[in-house]
Write a protein that binds this ligand. Structure first.
Ligand code: DNO
Length: 397
């Protein structure tokens, strides 16, 4: 595997020099400053690439820009409204420019309105570190009582509504604001920052988009971008839904193995592939991660390794992010399967090293006293990468 690390650009409190010390050689980043729907020019890409790949001291370990995460897919593309063709043309141009500048793996997602979603960014662990958590009751409380989404009451069971009411009753204003911020103010890497009213407005754009329609919009998009990617020698790697299920009445279509298979079949070309995020897929008890790695392996272009602890075996249950080798995912077996996949590729004479990043990490040690990006503090990821490298080395013996 190629050890990579997500870096949010020059503003990231974790610097490129820090990343060198973590043992990563690949950088995963995006031009976060370019608003969605605008072209990433070759000049901008080249400038960022230089920043990553050259160091005033030539004896320093080399880094390369391995993966783009993410080029934003606009709401017009996902909802299929007017303007989508123009936005798809911009996406095509980004692909071509990235390929021309030597960045050959592109992660993106197709989640309507919300990117990854958590309700608690500081969930205390027994060892004193903190983790990210998605609590179904807190989420329902937001939906029913803070956002007050029309029709939401029909989407929860009586028991869920009762729990949400009890949760809402003990929330003070400060806690309610924090919950709202955690959900809609945009976690790092997502490109949105909504007020409640704006948020409801974007949700309304999806009134007539059901699961079937969203899948058709994904097909429409893929049929247009995959040929450009093939030409530019860029591998597309769609990130799964996080959490992997419909939210707030919005459909989601990249949540299960069947979803992944369907999208691979829409354009049956190697460049139309997956980001295998074990944290996102792993939040559902019906996703068999090792089996998915085995069955979908040849189309996996990027690995996000993280393990969530499911708090119930329901598809809509709560979960928190455990240490990488703990939790529900069994990453030791997944790493083993990834090492096997690489062996298969080597035997076929195709490039075999899959970029992998330790995804998220607990906030711990010195980072507890620092301002960090939720999930993306240095030390928790350092620990995750170290553990995962250890597992890989053992598998290679
Ligand atoms: C969260 C990330 C997501 C991911 C995008 C990919 O940590 O995994 O924000 O980058 O969904 O497009």
């Amino acid at each position: 595997m190629e050890y990579t690390w997500r870096w949010y650009g020059p503003q990231d409190p974790v610097s490129l020099d820090d990343i060198r010390q973590a043992g990563a050689t690949g950088i995963v980043t995006a031009l976060h400053e370019v608003p969605p729907g605008q072209v990433w020019t070759k000049e901008l890409i080249s400038e960022r690439k230089q920043l990553i790949e050259t160091h005033p001291d030539p004896s320093r370990s080399k880094l390369r820009w391995s993966v783009v995460e993410s080029v934003p897919v606009t709401e017009a593309i996902k909802s299929g409204i007017q303007g989508r063709d123009q936005d798809i043309a911009v996406f095509q141009e980004c692909i071509a420019n990235l390929g021309a500048m030597g960045v050959h793996t592109l992660c993106y997602n197709f989640m309507p309105v919300l990117d990854w979603t958590r309700t608690d960014l500081d969930f205390l662990q027994p060892d004193g570190s903190t983790a990210l958590r998605f609590d179904q009751t807190a989420f329902a409380t937001f939906d029913l009582y803070i956002l007050g989404r029309p029709g939401a009451e029909n989407e929860y069971t009586e028991a869920e509504k009762k729990d949400a009411k009890a949760f809402a009753d003990q929330l003070d204003d400060e806690a309610a604001t924090l919950l709202q911020q955690n959900i809609i103010a945009g976690l790092p890497g997502s490109d949105k920052d909504y007020s409640l009213a704006e948020f409801q407005e974007v949700l309304d754009q999806y009134k007539s988009v059901d699961e079937h329609q969203l899948r058709e919009n994904l097909r429409y998009f893929l049929e247009k971008v995959a040929p450009i990617a093939k030409n530019a020698n860029v591998n597309l790697a769609i990130h799964p839904d996080d959490p992997p299920r419909p939210l707030l009445g919005l459909p989601r279509v990249v949540s299960t193995e069947a979803d992944a298979r369907a999208l691979l079949d829409m354009v049956d070309e190697p460049c139309n592939g997956l980001t295998f995020c074990t944290g996102s897929y792993g939040a559902r008890p019906d996703n068999d991660l090792v089996g998915m790695m085995q069955r979908l392996g040849d189309r996996i272009h990027f690995l996000h390794f993280r393990s969530v602890q499911r708090e119930s075996e329901s598809i809509i249950g709560s979960f928190y992010e455990a240490n990488h080798l703990e939790g529900s995912a069994n990453l030791v077996e997944v790493v083993k399967a990834a090492v096997k996949e690489e062996g298969k590729r080597r035997a076929e004479g195709i490039p075999s090293s899959i970029p992998m990043r330790p995804d998220h990490g607990h906030k711990m040690l010195d980072d507890l006293h620092k301002k960090t990006n939720p999930g993306y503090s240095a030390i928790g990821r350092l620990r995750g990468l170290a553990e995962l490298r250890g597992v890989e080395s053992a598998c290679l013996r």
